[in-house]
Write a protein that binds this ligand. Structure first.
Ligand code: ADP
Ligand code: ADP
Length: 229
């Protein structure tokens, strides 16, 4: 079953007289349970695409569906609800609350969600039960990213959108974060979309969508995704 269907989405910005085409005629579907990497150099349109899927931005033309429901054309109010209930976000720089502990950060996410998972279950799944009373400043980058993944997962969203989730981490920590995202995908059944400029990350994906200059230039299934542990 398709979770996301994008039909000919384009996004343009006007910079004075000049039209910047951030995204041009992108069409794709994402199936339930897939782990998809969107790969491309800086400026190729990855964030624009992710922001549109995440309901943070609207395309200039084209349509996006979550299951059978069209999200393009949603009002601001509907978009806020969509971001809260349907989408989990993971960012490069974690974006967790500095004045809340790991556990409190996760609790906060469950409070705004309609069908949250139990906080304990999520803390355990991401390997943070021993660090749950720590504040972000007392945690390493990798641990903070675990909190951010836990927060996203705890909402029990339909899709997890990750923007360069290993971009601020050293290589080995990055691997453990990818392994965690894969676990969330395989064991908790979450559909995961990761955007990155790092082609190493693509090897572990079920599917790789490549972008250049606002266009999808390649979209293929990876028959043998590399295992990460
Ligand atoms: P990526 O995530 O692959 O780095 P982006 O989606 O951020 O790419 O950007 C794609 C293109 O759109 C770039 O040329 C970028 O400068 C342009 N762009 C993105 N956001 C804006 C904006 N708010 N205003 C003007 N141009 C933008
Ligand atoms: P509100 O403005 O009512 O707090 P938003 O619509 O901004 O709600 O965000 C709803 C959810 O979407 C948040 O819980 C958050 O996880 C996520 N989100 C959306 N955009 C961002 C962002 N730029 N930074 C962090 N989280 C975001």
């Amino acid at each position: 079953m398709n979770v996301i269907r994008a039909e000919h989405i384009s996004k343009s910005y006007l910079m004075g007289e000049i039209e910047v085409k951030a995204l041009q005629e992108a069409s794709f579907t994402i199936k339930e349970g897939e782990f998809v990497v969107i790969l491309g150099p800086s400026g190729s349109g990855k964030s624009t695409l992710l922001n549109i899927i995440g309901g943070m931005d609207q395309p200039t033309t084209g349509k996006v569906f979550l299951y059978d429901e069209e999200i393009t054309g949603y009002s601001e109010r509907q978009l806020t609800q969509y971001r809260r209930d349907k989408v989990g976000f993971v960012f490069q720089f974690y974006n967790i609350m500095a004045n809340l502990t790991a556990e409190e950060n996760i609790e906060l996410a469950t409070e705004i969600s309609r069908k949250p998972l139990p906080v304990e279950q999520v803390l355990e799944a991401v390997g943070l039960d021993e660090r749950k009373d720590h504040f972000p400043a007392q945690m390493s980058g990798g641990e903070q990213q675990r909190v951010s993944i836990a927060r996203a997962v705890a909402k029990n969203p339909d899709i997890l959108l990750c923007d360069e989730p290993t971009g601020a981490l050293d290589y080995n920590t990055g691997i453990t974060i990818l392994a965690l995202l894969r676990k969330v995908n395989r064991e908790m059944g979450k559909t995961v979309i990761v955007i990155t400029h790092n082609s190493d990350i693509a090897y572990m994906a079920d599917r790789v969508i490549k972008m250049r200059s606002g266009r999808i230039i390649d979209d293929r299934v990876n028959e043998n995704p590399m295992a990460v542990e």
